[in-house]
Write a protein of this length. Structure first.
Length: 452
């Protein structure tokens, strides 16, 4: 009699129940992650507007770091789910082990940046004085010690891919809660700890990631039956690395496009005022509270679709996708309503003065109108990744954020009205919606219709 493992449910369990089982823990953990991001900015905003601006200007590098780790996790998850669906446990282990090697390779780049290039990064953006001081202190620590985040994300994605999302949720929640508790202690100086400002926020973040990494390590070591989890004795296999990159690199590049967009958009905003950069940073923190549950849903459904793609079960792929698109759209509409109704309340959380309040309320209300298209696009991109067509997601993201958003924002900025620049987000999402529909038809003809 064949022993069943946690991953077997991906091919047999009722889809609605399976999505809840796989996605809800990820949604909760990502909402916790979003909460601690907001708390982080909340405390930094009470240092000074300059500190908040510095942290906002750090976003592109943080985005690159997350893109590298999450992209590798996506590649690993998709290949792992297919291997487990095909009952090839030996290859699944090889995928997991080489994904860990890839995480260390990515980290080496951010270690070099953190040690040698953080000051130049801020100076290139025109930062000086207090903004430069806070920015350098914050980003150098976040980059130099980012190995803990890389390993944490690796462990959590491994738990998720093998049907253990509840443990992934718990490990991420522990890390996030640790960060929330330590933030005020290290930023303002409590319990005998000296006040360290933005540097303290970075230290609290690293300690939170270290805690989450340790917990997720223990879960994989003692609870994961699908993978032979180990750090030592791993054999490097360039062919496996290439396969992981083939699937995951488009996601890395796709999310990196967002960082490039953030950097370029900040340059446009700086032609008006640095306060607009701080507002843009607040928007990204707040919108993560809406986007993170959708990404959690996406992370939960991609393994389901990938597993059933490996098992050649087209009906389960389609049913999972339709439900994912519906649920994601519902979440985004709720987020839209919150942004429209409570924009002023949200800005007041971040100690906004009159100028920041005026700019921020307009920004939140105008940008959030694009949410009506986002849920569908994210769910569809998830299916592209699960079926090995991540390049479609990359093309869509590049067109939306670089090909449309930045040029449109730049042209609008020439009119000299800051509040009109925010309309570029809605224009970009509307145009990219039709590109998503085009690739969806291509997937149906080129992949789904060919599954027996």
């Amino acid at each position: 009699m064949t022993n069943k493992t946690a991953s077997d449910k991906l091919g047999t369990m009722d889809i609605r129940s399976l999505i809840i089982t796989m996605s809800v823990p990820m949604m909760i953990s990502m909402m916790v992650q979003a909460i601690y991001n907001i708390v982080d900015s909340y405390y930094v905003s009470h240092i000074s507007e300059a500190a908040l601006t510095a942290v906002s200007m750090s976003f592109p590098i943080q985005g690159f770091k997350i893109a590298a780790s999450v992209g590798t996790g996506v590649g690993m998850n998709a290949l792992l789910s297919r291997a487990l669906g095909a009952k090839d446990k030996k290859y699944a282990n090889k995928i997991a082990h080489n994904a860990l090697i890839l995480m260390f390779m990515w980290y080496s780049l951010f270690l070099i940046f953190g040690i040698f290039f953080t000051e130049a990064f801020f100076e290139r953006q025109g930062a000086s004085g207090e903004i430069l001081m806070h920015g350098k202190a914050y980003l150098s620590i976040i980059s130099t010690f980012s190995i803990f985040q890389f390993i944490q994300i690796y462990n959590e994605r491994l738990l998720q891919a093998t049907g253990l999302p509840m443990l992934s949720m718990l490990s991420q929640a522990v890390g996030a809660i640790t960060n929330i508790i330590l933030d005020p202690i290290f930023i303002f100086g409590y319990l005998g700890v000296p006040a360290m400002g933005a540097k303290g926020a970075a230290i609290a973040t690293i300690l939170g990631q270290t805690t989450g990494m340790a917990v997720s390590f223990l879960f994989n070591k003692y609870k994961n039956q699908d993978i032979n989890y180990k750090f030592l004795g791993i054999e490097f296999d360039s062919s496996v690395i290439k396969e992981i990159l083939k699937v995951g690199l488009p996601t890395t590049v796709m999310q990196s496009v967002g960082s490039v967009m953030g950097y370029l958009f900040n340059q446009i905003l700086l032609t008006f005022t640095s306060t607009a950069v701080a507002v843009f940073g607040i928007y990204f923190k707040v919108q993560s509270f809406v986007f993170m549950p959708v990404f959690g849903l996406n992370n939960g459904t991609v393994p389901i679709m990938a597993y059933n793609y490996g098992a050649k079960n087209k009906d389960r792929i389609i049913e999972t996708y339709k439900k994912a698109a519906l649920y994601a759209s519902i979440v985004m509409v709720l987020g839209l309503l919150i942004m429209q109704l409570f924009a002023a309340n949200i800005m007041s959380i971040f100690n906004a003065n009159d100028e920041m309040m005026h700019i921020g309320v307009s920004a939140l209300r105008r940008i959030s109108l694009c949410f009506v298209f986002v849920g569908f696009s994210i769910a569809t991109s998830g299916m592209f990744q699960a079926l090995g067509k991540s390049m479609y997601s990359l093309i869509i993201s590049s067109i939306r954020q670089i090909g449309i958003l930045i040029p449109v924002a730049y042209l609008i900025s020439k009119r000299g009205v800051l509040n009109d620049v925010w309309w570029a987000f809605l224009i970009a999402e509307f145009c990219s919606f039709f590109v998503v529909l085009f690739f969806l038809k291509e997937i149906k003809k080129g992949v789904l219709d060919k599954i027996d």
